[in-house]
Write a protein that binds this ligand. Sequence first.
Ligand code: S3P
Length: 165
Amino acid sequence: MLVSLVGMPGGGKSTVGRQLARQLAVPFVDTDHVIEERIGGSIRDYFAQHGEVAFRDLEAQVIDELTHDGTGVLATGGGAVLREANRHALHDRSTVVYLRSSAEEVYRRLRHDTQRPLLQVPDPLRKLRDLHRERDPLYRRTAHFVIETGRPSVPALVGMVLMQL
Ligand code: S3P
């Protein structure tokens, strides 16, 4: 069984995903890490050198590969749902959980982050609000169920996912 986590950057996909995989005793894979291994560098530098479209192409390829006969827990990048092919691959080939967080919540977590290229803008909170507005319907459409991340601890979130599987 493959479980995929989608949601905003800083919404806890990697943290929850790692613990969920441990509980299920299955491998944990983070698409961003696979991409960084493949390009031999950071996503931030790749964005700067090759642009977002090249990154999205690579991301789509990795998602396609990882969702084929996969077993485990897959944490996706926050923009994975932007492409229809990714939404279909994730929805049709895995159980998708949307870890739903508000723009304000992820801003609190990410305000000192320098690694996420999309947030290297003068007003990151505004950017996060725009991303949230644009993506929330896409995350919902891709997911089989939604879990609000606002209050519960990480172990509680893991428990909530496990109950839904
Ligand atoms: C992105 C989110 C990042 C990473 C890339 C683009 C996005 O992943 O894939 O920087 O478009 O929201 P996280 O959601 O793990 O931060």
